[in-house]
Every structure is written in C-alpha cells, then in structure tokens.
Design a protein around this ligand. Structure first.
Ligand code: NAD
Ligand code: LMR
Length: 328
C-alpha cells in the first residue's frame, strides 16, 4: 500500500446510472491514479438504500485504493473536507425534452449544495458539475459558494469534446490521437458550437481535409444532437461515455494536455472571447499546475462569432430563468 495521503471525493447521485459506472472506475485507479480515495456518496433520501447497496459492491471490489466509503443524504456531511466534488445528482431528460426543460426541476438542488460546499469543503476543492443543464447548474453552485476561487468550478463539456473528436476521426479515417486543437464553445445544449477552425488532422488543418460544408453543418448537427441520439437509441441518456468524459476531464486537469493541444470545459467566463463575464461557457482550456486556464489568442471569424453568440444568448436566457425562479 502506498503512503500517499488519501484524497476525499464527494459524488452526488452516487446510486444513479453515471455514479454506478464511475465509482468502479475510481476503484480501479482511473480517476486519481495510485492515490488512495475516501468516497462520500451523496444521495437523495429515497435512494439511500440503493446507495448503501452500491457501497456494499464497492467493498466487494476489494480495491486497494479505496480507504473508506460513506453514504449520506446530507450535503454538509458529504462535502466536509472534500478535495474533489462531482455533482451528478439530478434528473436526466427523456425523449422529446431539451436539457433546458430540466432547469426548474434540477436547479433547486445546486444552490443548497453550493452553499454547503462553500462552507465545509477543503481549501483546495475542485467542483465538476454534470447534472443538466450543466452550465447553469454550475453557475448556481458557484454563486452560492462565493469564497471558493472561480477557477475551481467547471461544467462537463468534455463529453461533447470527445464526441467531436470521434466524429472528425471517423470522417477523416484517422485515429483519434491524430486529432488536436478542437474546441467546443458555449452551452452543453443544442446551441453548442463544436469548432474545427483551428483543429488539426495530423499536421493538416481540419477544414482543408473535410471542407467547410461538412464542418459547418453535418459535423455541428451530429455532435450537438448526439445526446438526443443516444437517448433515442438506448432509451436512456449517456452513462458510460459520460463517466469516461468525467475521467478524461479530471486527468487533463491533473496531468495537463499534450503540448500544443487543448481540451474543452465549461468555465466561469472572465470575459474572454467576448463571452460575458460570470456565465459558465465552454471554452478551449488547458490546465497549468492543476488550474484550468482559457487558451487565449485564437482568431474568431464571423461564422464562429455568430455561433458562439447564439449559444451565449441561450446561457443568458437560462441565467435569467433561474434568476426569475429566485435561485440566483
Ligand atoms: P440517474 O437518474 O440515473 O441518477 C441521478 C441520481 O441523482 C439518482 O440516483 C437520484 O436519486 C440522485 N439525486 C437526485 N436528487 C439528488 C440530490 N438532491 N442530491 C443527491 N443526489 C440526488 O441519472 P444519470 O443518468 O446518472 O444522470 C444524472 C444527470 O447527469 C442528469 O441530469 C443528466 O442529464 C446529466 N448528464 C450530463 C451529462 C454532461 O455531459 N454534462 C452527460 C450525461 C448525463
Ligand atoms: C448527454 O449529452 O448525453 C447528456 O447531457 C444527456 C442528455 O440529456 O443529452
């Protein structure tokens, strides 16, 4: 057994589909490498029995990395001293819904959880929000934890990024490792903008390889509608690919990305690229010493500007909607 001190991970929605998939990958070291983990499973009261069952299975995994598992319905107990908080607990959408339709039903969860984590989490806490609508739920969480540095909050858009990388690789017949410098901008919704303008396929500009027409229509449509395609195909929203994206996001933050490359994450805007300060938008990001930073200096042409602005307009609408609900 290693002598590295354990990290404390709090996971909400731990008995749900994504939680169930993610926890066993944590147990096998995919999230924190060889660092041991204390797991705090936060669940809604009605799902505590199921969460206790998952905890039994975690024992049965006999992981050398898991030093403790607790199950609770109290956010303060779950977040006390937590170094990493992953907020999955929220209702998923079903066929025919947009993620935004979940605003009213899910938004009430994130304010109180933000308050609790702001009061009791570890000084170095990092918060990743998955529950939809993920960007606006991140905004609510952060607004209720004003003493936690803003760069510690992120909304998961790595799933969209991975989808975009996979589609470009499929189209061009290369391996995914050949794809770099792709960005997903804006909201984790139909208005998101998967952007190939700066992307490379090997060392060739992606636009030269695939052409503008595909890049500006089919590619964007397929990536932005992929969540819905999965719901229709499997009768429930993405689970295992989401767990993979959570791991990819977290490892990229801990370990960095390849030289010259970047990934995508939803961060609280500092006004970069004309995205209004304070809203949570997906950006090109890389991590520096474990902190997310927005990659600066990319040229934004008229097409990109219009797509980013459209997604930003939706984010501003969502912010106004939670504000009208008295949650912000
Ligand atoms: P699920 O219904 O299987 O699990 C959700 C779990 O959250 C349930 O066990 C539920 O009891 C729990 N929960 C509800 N309220 C809670 C609260 N107040 N505190 C703690 N736990 C609570 O759903 P899922 O498939 O795991 O998806 C979870 C969320 O993640 C959904 O909102 C879904 O839309 C979203 N999602 C986001 C992405 C992304 O890329 N950002 C990808 C996939 C799914
Ligand atoms: C996804 O992108 O798969 C998730 O956000 C689930 C959904 O509602 O689409």
């Amino acid at each position: 057994m290693t002598s590295t001190p354990p990290i404390t991970l709090a996971l909400s929605g731990a008995a749900g589909q994504i939680g169930y998939s993610l926890l066993f990958r944590v147990a096998s070291g995919e999230l924190f490498g060889r660092t041991p983990v204390r797991i705090r499973m936060l669940e809604a009261p009605r799902a505590l029995a199921a969460a206790a069952g998952v905890a039994l299975e975690l024992q049965d995994a006999a992981s050398r990395l898991i030093v403790d598992v607790e199950v609770t319905a109290d956010p303060r107990a779950a977040f006390a001293g937590a170094n990493v908080i992953i907020l999955v607990g929220a209702r998923p959408r079903t066929v025919g819904m947009e993620r935004r339709d979940l605003l009213e039903v899910n938004a009430g969860i994130f304010g109180p959880q933000g308050r609790a984590l702001g009061e009791v989490a570890a000084d170095d806490v990092r918060v990743l929000v998955i529950g939809n609508p993920a960007n606006t739920n991140t905004l609510l969480t952060a607004a209720n934890a004003p003493d936690v540095p803003r760069e510690r909050f992120a909304a998961l858009t790595r799933l969209d990024h991975n989808r975009a990388v996979a589609q470009l690789a499929l189209r061009t017949g290369v391996g995914v490792a050949e794809i770099s410098r792709l960005t997903v901008w804006g909201n984790h919704s139909r208005t998101q903008y998967p952007d190939l303008r700066h992307a490379l396929v090997g060392d060739r500009p992606a636009l030269d390889v695939v052409g503008r027409e595909w890049a500006e229509s089919t590619f964007i449509d397929v990536v932005a509608a992929r969540g819905e395609e999965i719901i229709r195909a499997r009768g429930g929203s993405s689970v295992a690919s989401t767990a993979t994206a959570i791991i990819d996001h977290s490892r990229a933050r801990q370990l960095g990305v390849r030289e010259g490359d970047w990934t995508s994450a939803g961060l609280i805007s500092d006004g970069s690229y004309g995205v209004p300060e304070g809203i949570v938008s997906s950006f090109p990001v890389r991590s520096v010493d474990g902190r997310w930073e927005i990659v600066q200096g990319l040229e934004i042409d008229a097409f990109s500007r219009a797509r980013i602005d459209a997604s930003v307009a939706e984010l501003l609408d969502e912010r106004a909607a939670v504000s009208a609900l008295g949650l912000l």
